[in-house]
Design a protein around this ligand. Sequence first.
Ligand code: CP
Length: 305
Amino acid sequence: MKHLIDPTDLTVKEIDDIIELALDIIENKEKYSEACKGKKLATLFFEPSTRTRLSFEAAMMELGGNVLGFSSADSSSATKGESVGDTVKVVSCYADIIAMRHPKEGAPLFGSMVSDVPIINAGDGGHNHPTQTLTDLLTIKREKGRLNNFTIGLCGDLKFGRTVHSLIKALSRYEGIKFILISPKELKVPSYIITEVFEKNNIEYEEVTTMEEVMDRLDVIYMTRVQKERFFNEADYVRLKDTYILDASKLKNAKSDLSIMHPLPRVNEISTELDDDPRACYFRQALNGKFVRMALILSMLEVNV
Ligand code: CP
């Protein structure tokens, strides 16, 4: 039985296969409409979510399956003191596959050690968010037509942003990707990413503090929210939260085929004036999340259509 806890739990070939399957689902939705008939997905969300939980649930419904679960720790027996391990063990009696989000790093990994069914990490603290990464890769594939040979700027909270950590781990395994890390010094990418991913694998990267100085070189800009919920100090959050606001003036020197991405939710990082710019793909990205999660569910349940 395979779990998805970290993006590197999937080989590049497995990721490419999931993306190809998602592309086929987009083209042939009817073909998959009963693929998971009789199967159940449990969504165990100990932390808030709009996109991840609802797209997982929509994905299972569009595959003809059923969903159960909870959307906050408050509505589960965690409030009575039940451990994550016991919760997962019990829910694995009721469902065929589990998507789990938790504020504590490592909680889904722990769950996977006691689960009788596959566990998908739907975001653990500031650590990883592998299904957002699959969403991002499908989006880049659809927008750019490829997953190699481009320069990506990752901008904002690179310290606590789990989507960034997972995306770097996955993309660094493709050829010719150059990473430009745009953040204030307080929110730089964790040092383990620098040593274990970039340096160990001789990946080209650069750290800068403004988006303006690199905008003309970017093929993709990936904006992120400053993760208020991970800060220990409210004053630091208030000081840093609006460091980067992408608006039309900042795109003056941008490429005409730049892809503007954001895992969402957005606070102020991208001005709404850009929403109708054809380069803005963050809402298309959210839609891709449903298709790639359909492909992931099929693949993890080993359902062949
Ligand atoms: N991108 C993402 O994880 O969004 P949610 O927190 O709404 O699930």
